[in-house]
Design a protein around this ligand. Structure first.
Ligand SMILES: Cc1cc2nc3c(=O)[nH]c(=O)nc-3n(C[C@H](O)[C@H](O)[C@H](O)COP(=O)(O)OP(=O)(O)OC[C@H]3O[C@@H](n4cnc5c(N)ncnc54)[C@H](O)[C@@H]3O)c2cc1C
Length: 463
């Protein structure tokens, strides 16, 4: 079958169902990417090593120059990592790629910040850092470093200083300015850049970064607008949750996806284009005919307006992404799904797919909510469990249950899991999705019950 894990197709045109179970991915592609990444990081050092004439400069001075060269390549490659390219995300999953992107951003800041310090220590003198009488290209370098540090602090402290996601993203989008400043600074100030091979490498890397940025920020959205989906149905699921059903343009097929995957969605409501792109799980099953559905809980600026969406509104869609799908682990047959609140959506897509394919899998669903009114898909889950051949058992756990509730109360903790999974808990495969505190609690409980790391799969609703 086509490999659907983490692709970035704006609109698929062929088959719309997973046609069979994919096996685990061969690691070659992933290893190749890691090797290519490391090779690119080392490339300026190799070129500089071959080109640099013997100098009388100190070791620290040379180290400072090398840190800058590698730091700049890390920066350039950040554009590739952030562009949601199928070639990168399919091997590791978008969330892992973005985690790596964040880690490498810190490395880039450290390397680039150490560059002037090492030059100063290596013979340049502290005036390099403190003097204001500097050539313009040194000021460009200093400005780039300052912007880079601001970006890194904004990313690290976003939640602590309550920076809105939109403000953070606006700031993050200035990355191209930093790149331009870095290019100019290094081109004029860098002695290594006087050699043709290094110039060719630099131009190649910077052109690639700008092209990939343009592809990600302009081409993909433009394609998505041209092939915009339409909202065909808006259904209220609970007091604060809605399902939007989306249809591809007339005569085309929606992209194929695996149950549990997600897509990015931007809405044009009436004349208004929100512009905001948000990730949502595709809660429908892959066998539902030519539609994509997302079930969205009002939890912030954008999501609390989802109920205002109307049939006919246009939607830009990009997907599918993600590797949170039982189809990627065909060896697992005894599954426990643990959902908290709206975290039910990817698990629901998997359950719908199992129902539609009469899958012979044992599934226990532990579904935590505050009250009975918060349960999404309650009736459909009951109906699924009642099907004659069904091996699904649903257990609702309410933390703030009304007096008459005779089900589980409290939180999904170690005791609750043991009560329902029994002694064989460590032989089962777990799929967890919910609020971060709940996921942390459950993961810790499962690890202490002896569940191995490869039996734990989870999806966090934050990228
Ligand atoms: C893989 C994945 C699957 C998801 N599936 C669902 C789902 O099925 N149903 C559902 O209700 N929610 C889902 N979410 C969460 C949903 O994306 C956020 O709740 C929503 O984007 C919040 O936007 P807001 O403006 O309403 O909230 P805000 O209060 O503005 O933001 C709350 C938090 O959501 C995140 N966020 C906000 N805007 C964006 C954005 N444009 N892109 C990425 N993250 C953003 C940020 O971490 C932010 O701090 C999913 C998230 C991810 C990452």
């Amino acid at each position: 079958m086509t490999d659907l894990s983490d692709s970035s197709t704006a609109s698929g045109r062929t088959s719309q169902t997973p046609a069979g179970k994919p096996g685990p991915r061969l690691p070659f592609g992933g290893i190749l990417l890691v090797v290519a990444y490391v090779a690119l990081l080392c490339s300026p050092l190799v070129v500089a090593g071959l080109m640099r004439p013997r100098t009388q400069q100190s070791f620290l001075w040379e180290l400072g120059k090398s840190f800058a060269l590698v730091g700049v390549v890390v920066l350039v490659l950040q554009f590739v990592l952030a562009a949601r390219l199928r070639g990168t995300t399919r091997h590791f999953g978008l969330d892992a790629v973005l985690r790596f992107h964040r880690g490498m951003a810190i490395l880039a800041v450290v390397l680039i910040a150490l560059h002037p310090v090492l030059l100063a220590l290596g013979g340049g003198g502290w005036s390099l850092l403190t003097s204001v009488r500097m050539p313009w290209y040194i000021w460009l370098g200093k400005t780039a470093l300052l912007l880079l540090v601001i970006q890194a602090l904004a990313a690290l402290l976003r939640r602590t200083v309550r920076l809105s996601f939109e403000t953070w993203r606006g700031l993050h989008n200035q990355a191209l300015v930093i790149l331009a400043l870095v290019l100019l600074h290094s081109w004029v100030a860098g002695t290594d850049l006087r050699h043709r091979p290094m110039q060719a490498l630099w131009l190649g890397l910077f052109t690639a970064a700008v092209s990939i940025y343009a592809y990600h920020k302009l081409c993909v959205p433009w394609q998505g607008r041209r092939r915009a989906y339409r909202v065909s149905d808006v259904q209220r699921e609970t007091h604060n949750t809605w399902s939007l059903t989306l249809k591809p343009p007339q005569g085309t097929h929606r992209f194929p996806f695996l149950p549990g995957q997600f897509h990015f969605v931007s809405l044009y409501r009436g004349d208004r284009y929100d512009g905001e792109e948000h990730p949502f799980t595709i809660s429908s099953g892959p066998l539902e005919h030519n539609v994509l559905r997302s079930t969205i809980k009002a939890s912030g600026d954008f999501t609390s307006t989802v109920g205002n969406t109307r049939p006919g509104d246009r939607v830009r869609v990009q997907g599918p992404f993600g590797r949170f799908s039982h189809l990627l682990h065909p060896e697992e047959t005894d599954l426990v799904f643990i959902a908290g609140g709206i975290g039910i959506t990817p698990l629901m897509s998997m359950l719908r797919y199992m129902r539609d394919t009469d899958a012979d899998l044992r599934v226990l669903l532990l579904y935590g909510n505050r009250t009975e009114e918060d349960i999404v898909f309650g009736e459909e889950l009951e109906a699924m469990a009642r099907l004659p051949a069904s091996r699904l058992k649903v257990v609702h756990v309410l933390s703030n249950a009304a007096l008459g509730w005779d089900g589980e109360r409290g939180y999904i903790d170690q005791e609750c899991i043991l009560r329902h999974c029994g002694e064989e808990v460590s032989r089962k495969a777990f799929y967890i999705c919910g609020p971060p505190p709940m996921m942390d609690l459950v993961s810790r409980a499962l690890r202490s019950l002896g569940v191995p790391a490869d039996g734990l799969h989870s999806e966090r609703f934050s990228l």
